[in-house]
Every structure is written in C-alpha cells, then in structure tokens.
Design a protein around this ligand. Sequence first.
Ligand SMILES: Nc1ncnc2c1ncn2[C@@H]1O[C@H](COP(=O)(O)OP(=O)(O)OP(=O)(O)O)[C@@H](O)[C@H]1O
Length: 268
Amino acid sequence: MVAAPGLHGHAVRRAVGAYCLGRVATVTNGTIRLDDAGVVLNGNPVWQHVTGSFAPGSMTAIAGANGAGKSTLLRAILGEVPLASGTITRDGLRQQDFGYLPQARNIDRAFPISVTDMVLSGAWRQTGAFGGADRQVRLRAASALRRVNLNGQADRMIDALSAGQFQRLMFARLLMSDARVMMLDEPFTALDAPTTQDLLELVCEWHGQGRTIIAVLHDMRQIRDCFPDTVLLASGHATWGATSRILTPEKLRQAYAPAQGAGQATWP
Ligand SMILES: Nc1ncnc2c1ncn2[C@@H]1O[C@H](COP(=O)(O)OP(=O)(O)OP(=O)(O)O)[C@@H](O)[C@H]1O
C-alpha cells in the first residue's frame, strides 16, 4: 500500500487497519476542498464563488493585494469565519490537524509568559489545556527551540525577544503542534534575510514530510521559487492553480493595480 503524501503514521495505520478488517475503508484523505465558497463580512462580500482544492502534501501560496481577503480565506478554512455560500470540506481532518500562525501584528507579545512555556503551549492538544508537560514533551520543546536557533533563550520572557526571535519562537510552537496542515499568515513579513531563509527552510522541511502548507505571502519571487501552487485573490474572486500559470504579469497587474501604493507586494 502506498500512502498519499499527506498521510502520517497514525492515519496510515488506521487505513491499513480498516483494510485488514475487510470493512469499507474510510481512508483519511486530507484534502481541503472549497466549492463555490463565499464570505460576507459586515454586509460586504470579501470573495465569492471560490472553487479549488488543497491536496494532501501540497504547498500553496495565497497572494493578493491588501484587503483582498487572504487572512479571511485561512480563517474560513479553519472554520473561524462562517461561509455565506458554498462549502469547505476537510476530508478526514480534525481541528487538531491544523497548525495556524496568525499575522505577527495580531499576537499579543506583552503577555507575561516565558519562551519555554510559549513553546509548550503549542503541544496543548497532546497535554490538554491545563495538563502538565511530561519529560518527553519538554525534550521536544527544547529540540524545537534548537531547531529554530533559539537555544539559550528558553528562560527569557517573550516580550524581551526581538521581532525575528519572536517569529522563530512561533515556528518552534508550530513544530510542537505536529499538525498535518500548516497555515501561515505572512510568516516572513519584516524579517531579515537570514531569519527568512531559516524559517523558509523549515517550511520546506514540513512540506518534505508530507504536510500540507498554505501560506499568505507578499513576495512573488519567494512564491515562484518555493510554492508550486498559488491562489491569487483579486476583485472578490480567486484564480487558483500552478504558480507559473497564476503569477503572470497580466494577472498580477489586475490583482494589484487597484491597491497601487498601498500594497506591499514585490516581484522581480
Ligand atoms: N472581522 C471583520 N469584520 C468586518 N470586516 C472584516 C473583518 N475582518 C476583515 N474584514 C474585511 O475583510 C476584507 C478582507 O480582509 P483580510 O484581512 O482577509 O484581507 P487580507 O488580504 O488578508 O489583507 P492584508 O494583506 O492587509 O492582511 C477587508 O476589507 C477587511 O476590512
């Protein structure tokens, strides 16, 4: 039996178990599918008639001008924003299968918590909201901090970190979630080149492990270099497909022209 790229150990075991028992197997697929989906906020349509799917193990960028509805798309996939029309199906995915990195500006960095406790909070699905972390979870937390080059920072409070160190911490926290789908909202905004490079390598590593990656990005070169698929949001609609087919000069002009001067997008 060959596992689909997004299938992790436990899912494979479940699928194999069902097969061996001779039942009709409900294979844990992992596809996220939007079918004619639309969101209306405060009476204003954000985007409508969005149809497409994120295959398990795919790596997709979400692009578009400021206000095009990129964050709303992530939050709709998470089920945090209700749909006004259409459907989003998450085949075989439970809430704990999603890891989410919100935009840095939406995170309260003044919250009095240490680096270690912040990383450990990423494992709450394993430890429970009030559960203590056992030795194994603490070892994983230390390893996650090493992976993002934050060793030596474990006892500091998070408000003492630089913006780049804080984003490394948020990636370590995501590592702890061990989620099958990693959703990242502008993960590299305002970071220096070495930090961006390190964190982008981690995202590629997750992709190599078969996780599904969905990231809101503003840097077209980054998208072209690393993301095989793109959803481009413009004028309330989505163009979805292979990055080379979506990020054409014409489509980019159409997507960013109305926001000229306000957008942060960069492209070669
Ligand atoms: N909670 C809300 N209530 C009402 N309108 C909202 C809400 N959240 C977002 N919007 C509106 O929905 C639209 C899309 O917002 P969203 O944050 O998804 O855009 P975005 O593409 O992620 O923008 P940016 O690149 O600036 O982060 C905007 O017009 C925004 O004002």
